[in-house]
Design a binder for this molecule. Structure first.
Ligand code: NDX
Length: 252
């Protein structure tokens, strides 16, 4: 008897791995060592090159699988959903990386991030194209519409917030300043909040275990990072806005 693709060992193993990595990250309770929380500069690469290299596999894998699908603007839902994933990583790989003004990125974190992005890109793309089955009416389903809405809302918040961060520095500058405007008025991790909303939307629109696992990982990884960024700002800036929270406006 053949195992349905949705429950294939590879899909389950990938989803469980993402969930365990997210939980492990929370258990360690330490921010990953890059950017504000860099511990050592042993071997590092310029930030632009590092972000380009680490995010590229997620784009390359999803774009490669997408290119093998029949070409049509409104094809099956799985192709359209994979197109959203691919669009996110197109931006992160080619636009975000090109314009960013970050500190050098440690080679060891780059290697792990490269492996992570390859695995996650493969898992999401393989599942959507070879396993997911959507009814013809999926485009009319509330999960699809709400999920796609959240995906674009989150993406907008994420891109706008990363833009605000970038504008805090002149080219070549590496100092930290207090971000102002947009959702930074309410939270220290506005870019992370946007990204988390984006992947929750993606999980809803795809209604899939791998996307849910990635949303969970993003919530753990970026939520913890937002918490540590917030602590960093409170320590560094005596005039840091008192009403600003770490990740969720007015709450946390
Ligand atoms: N990349 C996701 N863990 C990560 C790379 C590192 O896309 O083994 C997760 C991703 C990976 C991580 C990835 C997965 C877990 C890894 C980790 C390395 C080790 C770790 C593999 C793949 C690991 C265990 C043990 C659990 C297995 O100088 P600078 O760099 O700080 O400058 C910053 C600047 N900036 C400011 N400038 C002036 N003044 C200020 N006050 C500033 N504050 C910040 O802005 C940067 O140039 C820029 C953004 O900085 P920051 O810190 O706000 O965001 P950052 O964390 O760099 O993320 C950048 C974007 C952001 O939009 C975020 O939402 C998205 O990428 N992202 C990031 C991480 C993961 C992820 C999305 C996701 O899970 N969806």
């Amino acid at each position: 008897m053949s195992v349905p693709c949705q429950q294939s060992p590879a899909v389950l193993a990938g989803s469980v791995t993402l969930t365990v990595l997210g939980a492990w990250n929370l258990y360690l309770a330490k921010p990953s060592s890059y950017g504000k929380h860099l511990e050592s500069l042993a071997t590092s690469l310029p930030a632009r090159a590092a972000w380009f290299l680490q995010e590229l596999p997620s784009f390359a894998v999803s774009a490669g699988i997408l290119a093998q699908q029949p070409l049509s603007l409104f094809g099956p839902p799985s192709t359209v959903l994979l197109g959203l994933f691919c669009a996110h990583y197109f931006h992160r790989t080619f636009i975000y990386s090109w314009f960013m003004r970050g500190r050098p990125f440690p080679a060891s974190a780059l290697f792990k991030a490269f492996v992570f992005c390859t695995g996650n890109g493969l898992l999401q793309s393989y599942y959507l194209v070879y396993c997911a089955e959507y009814p013809d009416a999926w485009y009319m389903d509330l999960r699809f519409s709400l999920g796609v809405f959240l995906f674009f809302l989150g993406m907008g918040i994420n891109i706008h917030s990363d833009y605000i961060l970038r504008q805090l520095r002149k080219p070549g500058e590496l100092t930290y300043k207090i971000p102002q405007g947009g959702l930074f008025t309410y939270v220290s991790g506005a870019n992370f909040l946007g990204e988390i909303i984006e992947w929750i939307g993606f999980a809803l629109a795809t209604w899939s275990l791998p996307a849910l696992a990635f949303a969970f990982f993003s919530l753990c990884f970026l939520g913890l990072r937002a918490f540590h960024h917030h602590r960093f700002y409170l320590k560094m800036f005596k005039d840091y806005p008192k009403s600003r929270k770490a990740l969720i406006p007015f709450i946390f």
